[in-house]
Write a protein that binds this ligand. Structure first.
Ligand SMILES: [Zn+2]
Length: 166
């Protein structure tokens, strides 16, 4: 071998590294992420947006999850959901995600209005409705909220009755 054909040690090292990483699944395949192949849709359901005539791809796992969900709600004595009220098509899903922050803000505002009404309401029926509504919207501590309002009212009526005594 003449000097001209002597392999450059850096090139050899580079080739060795490439060979090694070709076989190193964690390097070349990103910890197995690329081993995952997207499953193929098994069918189509109408988009859940009633204004949209689009179709949503349905995958095996959607069908399974939908079946489990429906069995659960039937067990609770509710009517099973129909499959055209389940999935958004790609376009509506993108729109749904884009508008999610607005919906969250609106929801927070609705909750705040209901809580204000609950604090100010003196009507038992209206309070019951408001508490049911707040629970349905997923307030994390309805009992704590109701107790706090009751305590504040008790404290306020205590103060006002003392005032009257003076
Ligand atoms: Zn759609």
């Amino acid at each position: 071998m003449t000097r001209d054909f002597e392999p450059d040690p850096e090139v050899l090292a580079d080739l060795a590294l490439r060979r090694a990483s070709e076989h190193d699944r964690t390097r070349s395949r990103g910890d197995g992420i690329y081993d995952w192949e997207p499953s193929k849709p098994v069918g189509f359901w109408a988009c859940r947006n009633p204004q949209c005539k689009g179709m949503a791809d349905v995958y095996e796992e959607n069908v399974t999850a939908f079946g489990i969900f429906n069995r659960e709600i039937v067990k609770r004595g509710e009517k099973p959901l129909e499959d055209h009220r389940i999935m958004f098509c790609d376009r509506c899903l993108a729109e749904y995600r884009r508008t999610a922050p607005d919906r969250r803000r609106a929801q927070v505002e609705r909750m705040a209005v209901a809580i204000r009404s609950l604090k100010e309401s003196g009507d038992a029926t209206r309070e019951r409705d408001l508490i049911a509504q707040i629970s349905e919207w997923g307030h994390p501590d309805v009992e704590g909220l109701v107790n706090a309002i009751a305590e504040r009212r008790a404290a306020e009526s205590g103060r006002s009755s003392k005032k009257r005594q003076i």
